[in-house]
Design a protein around this ligand. Structure first.
Ligand SMILES: [Zn+2]
Length: 257
């Protein structure tokens, strides 16, 4: 830029126009004048510099718009995540004391990150901390927000401690949209966790029955199984569970994750 100003500023009226536009930072205009005006006065350096400046500006603008480029196919989709239980209600408790409510929250927070950072979705959560929240409040939050989809995250328990499986629930009278999401998420959870197929099932759970939007409830594994409880203590494992739920949602919307 400095080179352009010095070389063109001393030549003629046309050149001073070039100088002014350059100072205003309109490099394209400078380039245009260069080609239509006094090109004979301009050295190779003078012609290359505006191109370099233009390339630099393109690079800067690419960096500035990086968050937009990182957004995925779920942009504009409103997904409500409900980590089951919380506060005084721990849900199921593992053989060595791991609380389902805490695991549900950890998976849900990771799921929120995947949905927003990879998918570009809008996410609202019923809770982001270990607080008590009634089922009615959870449903009201999702309905008032006008969520497009509702996902309640749970982990199951059985008196048989050897038992472990992946189950995904939809309401008895769920429409095709909800059962499609259910199937897609269920298949991804089976793929991601490698557990026994406890099937995609129907149930009358309060949150599934009372939410206006297509809803599912995941029971990705049994916290009552000692081996599974140990895995659920691991942050990497719960992140993996969340990531595979996210992949299922991406499949459901027919977008690349
Ligand atoms: Zn539960």
């Amino acid at each position: 830029m400095k080179c352009t100003r010095q070389k063109t500023g001393t030549r003629s009226t046309q050149d001073s126009v070039i100088t002014r536009t350059t100072r205003l930072g309109t490099t394209t205009r400078t380039a245009h004048l260069n080609t239509t005006g006094r090109t004979t006065y301009l050295s190779t350096t003078t012609r290359i510099v505006p191109i370099l400046v233009l390339l630099a500006l393109i690079s800067i603008s690419s960096l500035m718009s990086f968050p937009a480029l990182a957004r995925g196919g779920l942009e504009g989709v409103k997904i409500f995540i409900d980590p089951g239980h919380g506060g005084p209600e721990p849900g199921a408790v593992g053989p060595s004391g791991l609380r389902e409510a805490d695991v549900n929250l950890r998976v849900s927070l990771a799921l929120r990150n995947c949905l927003t950072e990879y998918g570009g979705a809008q996410v609202m959560m019923s809770r982001t901390d270990n607080v008590d929240l009634g089922l009615g409040e959870r449903v009201t939050l999702a309905n008032n927000w006008g969520a497009d989809r509702f996902i309640s995250v749970h982990h199951n328990a059985s008196v048989n401690r050897d038992y472990n499986a992946t189950e995904t629930y939809a309401y008895y009278y769920a429409d095709g949209i909800a059962t499609d999401m259910q199937e897609k998420v269920h298949n991804r959870l089976l793929e991601g966790l490698g557990l026994r197929d406890g099937k995609a099932r129907t149930a009358g759970f309060y949150v599934l029955r009372n939410t206006y939007m297509p809803s599912i409830l995941t029971e990705a594994s049994y916290i009552s199984n000692p081996y599974e409880e140990a895995r659920l203590r691991d942050m990497g494992y719960t992140w993996r569970e969340a990531y595979y739920i996210y992949l299922g949602i991406a499949d459901h919307f027919g977008v690349a994750p």
